[in-house]
Ligand binder design. Structure first.
Ligand code: HEC
Length: 450
């Protein structure tokens, strides 16, 4: 089903420019998506290949954003929330941002850049006798610019031959390619590379690292190489990084469906919406009352977090080795993608700790503890002092050291990925503004800054 149908049915507040799509997994994997995409070709998938979406693929429903990278297609979709700005969840500030060599990170890089991979022969396959083989592989559907061609090489990129694209070549669909290859029985290195309509060529791994540094791995689209050994076994040559309810779709709208709409589901009450609403954006809307200090946080941290994270205050015993992941960034340490050295907003800390931590019992603690944990982690990172109080007012006001370390990437993608049937926002607004006047029951759009 088109997400636009659901959103139109619920009514969209004209202030909304983004949605937050939230998963029902333990860590509540959540991503902000531009409203244009949500109202365009976005789907909520309940079936796949004629059967219900499988549990590992997000049963009972998942978001599907054609042309966007896989991680954006939130599985086990529990909630959609309309927001003015992006929520800045952990997944979109830390993990899925591209840290460049110059120290800045590209953020909201949604669309897939030119990419291809050979699926046969590939590691795990033992080849037979020398002779004629078919090399085949796939392209991950629509990339940022359309795919112009795919080439394959059997000599590690010294020479290339054009591969045939298997029809039908449809926008947004995975496309297969193939090419004949006469194997002489000797060692060979198989590679494929895609070129998009703008002339951008899928880069080698070393070019990617030279351009973007070695820490942009979450968006790896470099050339994958398979080494074929003398014996005929396919081996990995270069390291390839794999990108790897009945749910309530909670629509923060006007609570009244449009008269001509299909009237899907029932209108959620403000109480129901509040009970599902766990996201905290940069503006801090939704933070609970009450406060916490690092001193209060220390005891609960030692009891519930130390076992895995192992961080103690400076002067105390250092973190045990091998504990992961690090949540402190101290002076003299190499920058890591964690709280003190990376996260742009302190509100993300509350949002993430409440939705995901402690890892083995997420969403189980009393609300006051979250503020205390947050305060203690901010102290560990040297961002607040020992006796600073963290509450709904002070947390959004905390200025994180890497606040200005991000460069937004998405506007270019939004133009290129706009589906042909996307209606203009003015047209949409006209429809919902009418209901705004009529319903006068405005609620639900979080007042986040962007
Ligand atoms: C059972 C082990 C475990 C316990 C206990 C635990 N954590 Fe975690 N924590 C993890 C793991 C694993 C991750 C990384 C999850 C991921 O990236 O998907 C993580 C990630 C985090 C992060 C984000 C770090 C980053 O930079 O990405 C924070 C903050 C955090 N935990 C805080 C806490 C707090 C506060 C507690 C105690 C209330 C706690 N954790 C208890 C295992 C644990």
């Amino acid at each position: 089903m088109r997400l636009a149908t659901l959103l139109e049915d619920a009514g969209v507040d004209p202030r909304a420019q983004w949605i937050l799509a939230e998963g029902a997994d333990a860590s509540g994997m959540s991503r902000s998506v531009p409203l244009e995409k949500a109202m365009g070709d976005a789907l909520v998938a309940i079936y796949q290949n004629g059967e219900p979406v499988r549990p590992s693929n997000g049963y009972p429903m998942r978001l599907l954003l054609p042309g966007y990278e896989g991680n954006m297609n939130v599985k086990w979709l529990r909630r959609i929330k309309l927001t003015e700005g992006p929520t800045m969840t952990k997944d979109e500030t830390s993990k899925y941002t591209m840290l460049q060599n110059d120290g800045k990170s590209l953020q909201f890089c949604f669309a897939q850049e030119a990419k291809s991979v050979i699926t046969r022969p590939s590691p795990g396959l033992t080849m037979g006798a020398p002779g004629l083989y078919e090399i085949n592989g796939s392209l991950p559907g629509r990339v940022m610019d359309g795919i112009a061609k795919v080439e394959v090489s059997a000599d590690g990129g010294a020479s290339w031959a054009s591969a045939a694209l298997q029809e039908p070549v449809l926008p947004m669909a995975v496309t297969r390619f193939r090419s004949p290859w006469r194997w002489d029985g000797g060692p060979a290195t198989l590679q494929s590379r895609a070129t998009d309509d703008s002339g951008y060529v899928q880069p080698t791994r070393s070019k990617l690292i030279a351009d973007r540094g070695a820490r942009a791995t979450y968006h790896f689209n470099g050339i994958a190489s398979w080494a074929v050994a003398q014996s005929g076994e396919g081996k990995t040559c270069l390291r390839i990084t794999r990108l790897l309810a009945a749910c309530l779709v909670l629509l923060a709208g006007y609570g009244t469906a449009l008269a001509e709409s299909p009237n899907l589901g029932k209108t959620a009450s403000p109480e129901e919406i509040a009970s599902w609403d766990i996201s905290i954006g940069p503006g801090g809307a939704g933070l609970p009352s009450g406060s916490g200090t690092p001193q209060q946080g220390e005891q609960v941290y030692l009891a519930k977090c130390l076992a895995c994270h192992g961080e103690k205050r400076v002067g105390q015993a250092e973190r045990p080795t091998g504990r992961w992941p690090r949540i402190r960034f101290g002076p003299g340490q190499a920058p890591v993608k964690t709280v003190g050295s990376f996260w742009p907003y302190a509100t993300t800390l509350f949002d993430y700790v409440r939705r995901a931590m402690p890892l083995n019992e997420s969403k189980s603690s009393a609300m006051r503890r979250y503020m205390r944990w947050v305060a203690y982690i901010l102290l560990l990172n040297g961002i607040i002092g020992e006796s600073d109080k963290i509450d709904a007012h002070t947390l959004p006001a905390v200025r994180m050291p890497n606040r200005d370390g991000f460069v937004r990437f998405f506007p270019r993608e939004m133009i290129l990925n706009r589906a042909p049937d996307v209606r203009s926002r003015n047209e949409l607004c006209g429809k919902v503004c009418f209901w705004r006047i009529l319903c006068k029951s405005l609620f639900g759009v979080a007042n986040e800054n962007s």
